[in-house]
Design a protein around this ligand. Structure first.
Ligand code: ADP
Ligand code: MN
Ligand code: MN
Ligand code: MN
Length: 369
């Protein structure tokens, strides 16, 4: 892979060998004001055993579109901790919620509201599995590995493709997969997608709020790995607006404890019935520019109306064939776009299928300032 990454791996190596004198580095990660990720490192005197050992921290929110300049401190409250595949050893990566100085959750902290719903419906044991699709670009803005000034052959050989010309950037993907497993992110699989240089990884099944936590951490690890290869990651749901190229989604698979055992189909059907009545509300939190993707073509359903079916990849919600045969299992909501905030999506899902709670409304939460 050729790139012009500004780093010198050979020279760096000898510094990475230096002992840390007992100190541990914690890299704090948070969601910024533009649905992107930021991180910064903090030295700890001892290795944290759990997230409770991690101190609160802060950053300049006026530099991340999260606070005004005259009151710029935003606080970082650790919520999850992972092994650091880059620094290794005792070093950790910390996922943090963002909080304003007046004690309210930051406008992009949707985890707090979603977690209230997860806690309220804990007894239902809601599991999620998200399929994150994304597209790789080179530093010059071209789709990674595509012929200069042209296009590869039409879609067909690329999905789960094998062989030169049919698969691109396998090295980046392999590195990311290993990084997830090392970190403790429940990455359950990876595959090349229909459009060349488009890929997917799956996280889950995960219980409740940990779905959002681990999806964000998997995205962080992907951005960091791709950075080392000089490759750009795009989470745009329709990265190429012209031509016959697939968009990118975040299919969200869902089950409750009742759905996962014999007789579960009636609970799956009841959930789908509830979803059909809140289509517009769900679409409003299912990602920006999703209208460019949900066209009714390229294995999607039209954004205009709700539909569902067994084994139908052209519907809003799909019941997998095997689930229909068994009579229990889970369903797949195919509507969420690749650029979702998974806390909004898992939050509204629980709100709709398990029931709303006082003081939380995920539709207004999505645009809270
Ligand atoms: P597809 O056939 O749509 O490409 P994938 O195999 O890519 O499906 O993804 C299926 C997802 O469903 C995975 O993330 C997996 O963890 C998740 N999943 C499997 N069983 C359940 C379940 N009972 N509840 C929720 N999610 C589940
Ligand atoms: Mn998939
Ligand atoms: Mn896919
Ligand atoms: Mn799917």
């Amino acid at each position: 892979m050729s790139s012009t990454v500004i780093s010198n791996t050979a020279t760096l190596a000898k510094y990475l060998d230096l002992p840390q004198n007992g100190k541990v580095i914690a890299e704090y990660v948070w969601i910024d004001g533009t649905n992107g990720l930021r991180s910064k490192g903090k030295t700890l005197a001892t290795a944290p055993k759990s997230v409770d050992d991690l101190p609160e921290w802060n950053f300049d929110g006026s530099s991340t579109e999260q606070a005004p300049g005259h009151d710029s401190d935003v606080y970082l409250r650790p919520v999850a901790m992972y092994k650091d595949p880059f620094r290794r050893g005792d070093n950790v990566i910390v996922l943090a919620e963002t909080w304003n100085s007046d004690g309210t959750p930051n406008k992009k902290n949707h985890r707090y509201a979603a977690n209230k719903l997860m806690e309220a419906h804990k007894s239902e044991e809601v599991w999620f599995g998200i399929e994150q699709e994304y597209t790789l670009f080179d530093q010059y803005g071209a789709v990674y590995g595509w012929p200069k000034g042209g296009f590869p052959g039409p879609q067909g050989p690329y999905y789960c493709g094998v062989g030169t010309g049919k698969v691109y950037a396998r090295d980046v993907i392999e590195a990311h997969y290993r990084a997830c497993l090392y970190a403790g992110v429940n990455c359950s699989g990876i595959n090349a997608e229909v459009m060349p240089s488009q890929w997917e990884f799956q996280v889950g099944p995960n219980l409740g709020i940990s779905m959002g936590d681990e999806l964000w951490m998997a995205r962080y690890l992907l951005e960091r790995v791709a950075e080392e290869f000089g490759v750009k990651v795009s989470f745009h749901p329709k990265p190429l607006s012209e031509g016959d190229w697939n968009g990118a989604g975040c299919h969200t698979n869902v089950s409750t404890a009742a759905m996962r055992v014999e007789g579960g189909m009636k609970y799956i059907e009841a959930a789908i019935e509830k979803l059909s009545k809140r289509h517009k509300e769900h679409i409003s939190v299912y990602g920006e520019d999703n209208d460019k993707r949900l066209t009714g073509k390229h294995e999607t359903a039209s954004i205009a109306q709700f539909s569902y079916g067994v084994a139908n990849r052209g519907s809003s919600v799909r019941i997998p064939r095997s689930v229909s045969k068994d009579g229990y299992g889970y369903y797949e909501d195919r509507r969420p776009a690749s650029n979702i905030d998974p806390y909004l999506v898992t939050g509204i899902m629980v709100e709709t299928i398990c029931g709303s709670i006082p003081d939380v409304d995920m539709v207004t939460e999505a645009t809270r300032q």
